[in-house]
Design a binder for this molecule. Structure first.
Ligand code: ASP
Ligand code: MG
Length: 412
């Protein structure tokens, strides 16, 4: 029988009543002739609670025990979902990650999936089981200990299962009804997209559209898993949600698919560093070692052998970045006059595969911001995206005006 993967996020399994609603959706697909692999998150709020307990117990906690604790939320929902299916007379069984086994690297709290042998679950399907409920977010490491995949990791579990089992589709049930052109809380003209290309979704996910874990989109793109994002609260509708799919499966699309943002960015500038071979390595090496996620980088033209180097990183990493730079200065690896941090900036990005074949998209973005008198502090571009840093107070205005300028409320 064809296989479908259905993943239910925390809000979709937050209560027994909601688990029953989710189970009805699963039952419907079973009646449609699918064998279903259900991936569940912990009930809403549970994982945060478990993380809190760990942090309260131990300041510098052992990551293996962190994983042992925080993975447990999913075990509860997996068992409850299997029981609920059984109550509906659908043959179902729950599986924890290690029972599958979903094998991962040993990077506790941020493990990567290495392998999902399908045999165990396939044998059960062959024996008549119709629903395998799998605890998301967790696996087993090379040393036999429980691992977790990082926050939001059950999206990645779901996509990995869809790839490993050759599922027809991977449906991600969540509390929003799809992927929007921008955050509907910021622009009331935000429109739900029927389809979006993997590349676009990847950019939007990593740019702060919090619908899917970025890793899950990477995996879906690599293995060409058709992903559907939809709400578990709406009516039954086979065309609901947003399909994340290959570019070839999208007939018409706007040049710009969406406007993404990230609120908590900081811009840091090293004033007057020597412009010599190796200076970038001497700056960004220590930043990487300190765990600073550098995003945008701009090196100014130099004057008399000295230049300014600007980069952006998340606001909560500024202190770490400063420490790394002061340390590099103290050891003589780099020399600069001053380090200036601007923590009141936000990043706004326009994303769309149509940019590859359309000129003037960046120019239009800049003109739109100019018309609103918004100053651009840093610009970066890639093939399908243009990002700018602006003062955070302009975040909403910038998003709304760009959404209007590119007419994202209209379909192509
Ligand atoms: N429960 C985990 C978390 O909140 C994993 C997930 O829901 O995807 O991060
Ligand atoms: Mg999630």
């Amino acid at each position: 029988m064809p296989i479908l993967v259905m993943k239910f996020g925390g809000t979709s399994v937050a209560t027994l009543d909601r688990i029953r609603r989710a189970a009805k959706r699963v039952g419907r697909e079973v009646a449609n002739g699918y064998d279903v692999i259900v991936i569940v998150s912990a009930m809403a709020g549970e994982t945060n609670k478990l993380v809190g307990l760990v942090e309260e117990t131990s300041q510098f906690f052992d990551a293996r025990e962190y994983d042992a604790v925080v993975s447990s939320g999913e075990n509860v929902t997996a068992g409850l979902m299997a029981l609920t299916m059984q109550e509906m007379d659908v043959p179902a069984r729950s599986w924890q990650g290690w029972q599958v086994p979903l094998r991962t690297t040993d990077a506790h709290a941020a493990a990567r999936i290495e392998e999902i042998p399908p045999e165990n679950i396939m044998t059960k399907f062959a024996e008549g089981m119709r629903v395998a409920v799998v605890a998301g977010f967790q696996g087993i490491g090379p040393d036999g200990r429980i691992t977790t995949l990082g926050r939001g990791g059950s999206d990645t579990t779901a996509v990995a299962f869809a790839a490993a089992f050759g599922a027809e589709r991977c449906d991600i049930y969540t509390d929003v009804d799809g992927v929007y052109t921008t955050d509907p809380r910021i622009s009331d003209k935000a429109r739900k997209l029927d389809r979006i290309a993997f590349e676009e979704m990847l950019e939007l996910a990593s740019l702060g559209a919090r619908v899917l874990q970025t890793r899950s989109v990477e995996l879906a793109m690599r293995y060409k898993v058709r992903l559907r994002v939809l709400s578990s609260f709406g009516e039954f509708d086979d065309n609901a949600g947003t399909l994340v799919c290959a570019e070839e499966d999208i007939v018409e699309s706007n040049v710009v698919a969406g406007v993404a943002y990230s609120r908590d960015e900081a811009k840091m500038t090293l004033i007057s560093v020597a412009d010599r071979p190796g200076i970038a390595a001497a700056i960004f090496g220590p930043l990487a070692e300190a765990g600073v996620n550098v995003d945008m980088i701009v090196q100014n033209i130099s004057e008399e052998g000295r230049t300014d180097m600007t980069f952006s990183c998340p606001t909560d990493q500024v202190a770490r970045a400063e420490k790394a730079m002061e340390h590099a200065k103290a050891t003589g690896d780099i020399n600069f006059h001053d380090l200036v941090a601007d923590t009141d900036v936000a990043k706004i990005s326009i994303v769309g595969i149509g940019m590859r074949s359309h000129a003037g998209v960046a120019a239009k973005m800049f003109a739109t911001l100019r018309d609103e008198n918004i100053n651009i502090k840093v610009i970066t571009t890639s093939e399908i995206k243009v990002s700018v840093l602006v003062d955070r107070k302009y975040l909403e205005l910038a998003i709304q005006s760009l959404h209007d300028a590119f007419e994202l409320e209209k379909t192509a």
